[in-house]
Design a protein around this ligand. Structure first.
Ligand SMILES: NC(=O)c1ccc[n+]([C@@H]2O[C@H](COP(=O)([O-])OP(=O)(O)OC[C@H]3O[C@@H](n4cnc5c(N)ncnc54)[C@H](O)[C@@H]3O)[C@@H](O)[C@H]2O)c1
Length: 322
């Protein structure tokens, strides 16, 4: 099998490329390097089963050629990260909606299966925990740019499901919850890489808001294994499936855990959301997935806990100063 990974030079995409190569597959990557980096795929260049193209999913002839040349597509390219979404909402909306439309349109011509990487952000402010794939989604107002990411990914989901149902294009939609691991950068608002780098430098750990909001963090190695299996399993087709961890922590607890595990002298500093992001910023209180669908289809259960995640991230940050 030959897989095209859009966004394959990004954090999750580069780990997915490794996972597929280890499984004996061929991998081709398309990435415009807007948030990804050649460094993420440097170690794969020598593998004859690996190829990459620097370019955009907005370039239709290029996209068509690469999709034609593959058997199936992992579509991960997107504008990602809370910081980036708040700073550049136009880019977020255009990349995530038009870009996904391009991928589905080109894949449909040759009926190449598409796995769409969606996000737990689509659940928005829902209070129906744990989040179940069939649950209602509760998105904030359009005057708050943060919600453009959730809405753009929700439109992507509608579009992928519509292609599957009405055009018979095989698709599978995976709602990823917070994913962490080596190569993730804190530059676009991701909390664990930021905390770990602050802790290693004995700087203040900056907690946004009151820190009582909770999240569940999954290790990228567990996630990419699940992505591969969901693409390869026929029962994933036409479904929306949560993937993540159920180990819930407050951001305050997370900061304390990072300080303890790295042996840091850092202290915690709280910064109001309006200072960290903007006056119109809104956050969600809790985000925890129901993982029953993934368990039933691919026997999914995350194997690496939060301590392993923090230790791996710290080892990576020590070896790779930013
Ligand atoms: N990391 C998480 O916790 C998380 C959670 C939920 C969903 N996701 C989804 O997973 C996917 C991968 O995210 P990630 O965390 O690896 O982020 P990332 O920023 O590292 O990866 C996105 C990649 O897409 C590339 N890209 C952006 N626009 C492009 C374009 N027009 N053409 C080609 N490439 C383009 C970027 O350069 C980058 O390499 C995204 O779709 C994201 O929405 C991630």
């Amino acid at each position: 099998m030959k897989y095209l990974i859009t966004g394959g030079a990004g954090f999750i995409g580069s780990h997915l490329a490794e996972e597929l190569l280890q499984d004996g597959c061929q991998v081709s990557v398309l990435d415009d390097l807007s948030t990804g980096s050649i460094r993420n795929i440097q170690q794969l260049k020598a593998d004859s089963n690996f190829s990459y193209t620097i370019g955009s999913i907005m370039d239709l002839p290029l996209l068509a050629e690469l999709i034609d040349d593959a058997d199936a597509v992992f579509h991960l390219a997107a504008a990602v990260g809370v910081r980036r979404i708040v700073d550049d909402p136009v880019q977020t909306i255009v990349t995530n909606i038009r870009g996904t439309e391009n991928v589905l349109e080109q894949a449909d011509k040759k009926k190449k299966k598409v796995l769409l990487a969606s996000t737990s952000e689509v659940y928005g402010k829902s209070a129906q925990l744990p989040f179940h794939e069939d649950g209602d989604i509760v998105i904030g107002p359009t005057c708050r740019p943060r919600w453009s990411y959730a809405c753009s990914k929700a439109i992507d989901e509608f579009l992928a499901l519509a292609y599957d149902k009405s055009r018979d294009l095989p698709t599978v939609i995976v709602r990823l919850f917070n994913t962490v691991g080596p190569r993730q950068t804190g530059r676009y608002g991701m909390v664990i890489p930021r905390f770990v780098r602050q802790a290693l430098a004995d700087e203040e750990l900056t907690v946004y808001g009151d820190g009582e909001q909770t999240r569940c963090f999954a290790h990228v190695s567990d996630i990419v294994e699940a992505l591969r299996k969901l693409m390869q399993h026929p029962q994933g087709r036409g479904k929306v499936i949560n993937i993540g961890s159920q180990e819930e922590v407050t951001i305050n607890q997370l900061a304390e855990r990072v300080i303890a595990r790295t042996g840091s002298q850092s202290v915690i500093k709280r910064i109001p959301f309006d200072v960290a992001y903007s006056a119109d910023f809104e956050d969600m209180e809790r985000r925890k997935p129901c993982l029953e669908a993934a368990r039933q289809i691919i026997d999914y259960a995350p194997r690496r806990n939060l301590d392993v995640i923090i230790d791996d991230m710290a080892a990576y940050c020590r070896e790779n100063p930013e």
